[in-house]
Design a protein around this ligand. Structure first.
Ligand SMILES: [Zn+2]
Length: 257
């Protein structure tokens, strides 16, 4: 018999990307597709209600190229697409991205601010106050790609403590150190996206350390079937799976539901 549980609410994917027809899109391949229609079909197949998106073009390029154009494009696309929510992408060296965030954060379709210091190639020590100070002033949720160095971990911890009115989702749950960040900092959360969710006890161990209220379901554009199954078929209790798949998102992004 198959033990796939029933859920009373459709899951939501708080971290995903797609190509939007820009010259800065990432390369597609027959075995890994990045187009909008492919993602829409995967969500429909599983029953995922919506995805929190930033385009690949907006996060993949070192000089922040594509950020302003992508934010604008996605804002309009999300407004007319029921299964899409937006992360407005900030690059601290691109002033216009702050003006966009100022405006776009008011939309119920905007979940918060996305930053990618690793692909955008800037130093958090240099720009952290500018980014997180802005987020704090707007009581925004920030989704960030983690800086997985010892300095990166201490900077993420430092800025989370310094700016308690923002909530910081350190994406891609992947290590014991990562789980300790959640444990020590009230306003740090994580998502399940990324390859590390194939570790056979990572989700369960994170639950033992911090419970299920700080972990959100995300796919990051990897196979949504795999990522959903990892949570839905985990050894966690039904209530904890529901927290991860949608209840925590309801608490963090009430306007988005
Ligand atoms: Zn991502």
């Amino acid at each position: 018999m198959v033990r796939l549980p029933e859920f009373s609410h459709p899951p939501v994917d708080i971290h995903c990307h797609f190509n939007h027809g820009s010259v800065l899109d990432v390369a597609d391949s027959p075995i890994s597709r990045n187009d909008i229609e492919f993602l829409r079909e995967a969500y429909h197949h599983i029953g995922i209600a919506w995805g929190g998106i930033s385009t690949y073009a907006s996060v993949f390029h070192p000089d922040g190229a594509g950020v302003v154009e992508s934010n604008r494009w996605l804002y309009d696309f999300a407004a007319q697409t029921d299964w899409v929510r937006q992360w407005v992408v900030l690059d601290p060296r691109v002033e216009e991205s702050f003006l966009q965030a100022e405006q776009m954060l008011k939309s119920p379709k905007t979940l918060g601010i996305k930053i990618h210091p690793v692909f955008h190639q800037y130093d958090l020590a240099e720009f952290g106050d500018k980014i997180f100070g802005f987020a704090n002033a707007h009581q925004a949720v920030v989704l960030m790609h983690p800086v997985m160095t010892p300095e990166g971990f201490s900077q993420m911890a430092h800025f989370a403590d310094k700016y308690p009115d923002m909530k910081l989702i350190v994406a891609h749950l992947c290590s014991v150190e990562h789980i300790e960040l959640l444990e020590k900092h009230e306003n740090i959360y994580t998502d399940t996206s990324g390859g590390a969710s194939n570790l056979n006890n990572i989700l369960e161990y994170a639950y033992e350390r911090v419970g299920s209220m700080k972990i959100l379901f995300g796919t990051d554009g990897y196979s949504a079937q795999f990522q959903f199954g990892r949570v839905a078929l985990s050894r966690l209790a039904q209530e904890d799976k529901e927290n991860i798949l949608y209840r925590n998102a309801q608490r963090l992004f009430p306007k988005a539901f």
